[in-house]
Design a protein around this ligand. Structure first.
Ligand code: SAM
Length: 324
């Protein structure tokens, strides 16, 4: 069974935001925390999330990621992980986290069956990291990454958003991490959510600039990874790790998009930058059966636009609320 949209793309991946709350205030994401947090009773319960996962898995979705907000701020996350992993058809379950609580939870998550983690890390310089994240502690994140390595939550994907004159001078240092360990270092083009307009144009470091910087270190060899979605992957000769470039803006990745997003309040969004969605919570809370949820997921899939047409002036999304 495969879930296909009307452009023939196979949709086999759902990113599930389990909370809109976050412990950081990243300058490009939610710098002033202007969004009002959702009322608790509006946020999907674990039982509701599991019903959606069950329905999606029956339709052929095999890859899930738990995100937020900061997913490790949600109580009893390891229990959700083990329940999701018990659902037939789920082949790959990951967690996207800022890593601050990872040292505490890595072992419990690994024991619960989590396959791997994606850690957002925008600087390897403690003071810079603190500035970008509005108060984050780099040492805690690095300890969290080490704990994830020790417990076998591999490969570890490190997500870095290069921002001009902020951290773009660290692209090389991040890329060099792949020379020694099997990290997947992924450079994500800045998206115009919190930073918009002319400031956005100044701050954007395009994927082609990123690639040029990388090629000055050593030749890059393209790599094909299983379930890689919209990232383009490369490797330096004989390096254990790989480098991904996610070009959301300057070179649209939409034709390879395999994903949908479930917000913390149960809106199933076929595209991050579209205002189309299906409100699954409303149906779940009025007794929808698994078959009915499957039908709603098919409807959301049919709403997936061929491509996004976001412009730098757009500020239509709050990543912390949708789930980045
Ligand atoms: N708190 C978790 C974390 O820090 O990874 C999960 C949520 S965070 C919104 C998920 C990802 O979205 C992070 O890797 C972050 O860098 C990315 N992100 C948020 N806003 C972005 C933007 N404007 N442009 C590019 N990536 C963004």
């Amino acid at each position: 069974m495969q879930l296909r949209d009307k452009y023939g793309r196979v949709i086999d991946y759902i990113r599930i935001s389990i909370t809109d709350k976050c412990s950081l205030r990243c300058i490009y994401c939610n710098p002033t925390a202007t969004e009002t947090p959702y009322d608790r009773e509006h946020v999907l319960t674990f039982e509701e999330i599991l019903r959606i996962v069950q329905a999606a898995a029956e339709l052929g979705v095999k890859k899930m990621d738990l995100t937020g907000g900061e997913p490790l701020m949600r109580h009893a996350l390891p229990e959700l992980v083990s329940e999701i992993k018990a659902i037939n058809g789920i082949e790959d379950l990951s967690l996207t986290t800022n890593g601050l609580l990872l040292q505490t939870y890595a072992q419990r998550l690994a024991d619960a069956g989590l396959d791997r983690v994606n850690v957002s890390l925008d600087s390897l310089v403690a003071t810079k990291y603190y500035e970008i994240t509005g108060g984050g502690n780099l040492t805690k994140v690095l300890n969290g990454i080490q704990a994830a390595r020790d417990t076998g939550l591999l490969p570890i994907k490190l997500n870095m958003v290069p921002i001009r004159n902020v951290n773009d001078n660290e692209i090389e240092q991040f890329a060099r991490l792949t020379l020694f360990e099997d990290y997947h270092v992924r450079f994500i083009e800045l998206m115009p959510t919190a930073v918009t307009g002319t400031e956005y144009n100044e701050k954007l470091v395009s994927s082609s600039e990123i690639r040029q910087t990388l090629q000055q270190i050593a030749p890059l060899h393209p790599v094909k990874l299983r379930l890689n979605g919209p990232a383009r992957y490369y490797r330096f000769e004989s390096a254990p790790g790989v480098i991904g470039i996610i070009s959301a803006i300057t070179c649209q990745f939409c034709e390879d998009c395999n994903r949908m997003r479930l917000t913390a309040v149960g809106k199933l969004k076929p595209c991050l930058f579209s205002d189309r969605y299906i409100d699954l919570r409303q149906h779940l809370r009025t007794g929808a059966t698994i078959e009915q949820i499957k039908e709603l997921i098919r409807t959301a899939t049919a709403l997936k636009p061929e491509s996004h047409n976001i412009t730098p002036t757009d500020s239509t999304v709050a990543m912390s609320q949708i789930g980045g």
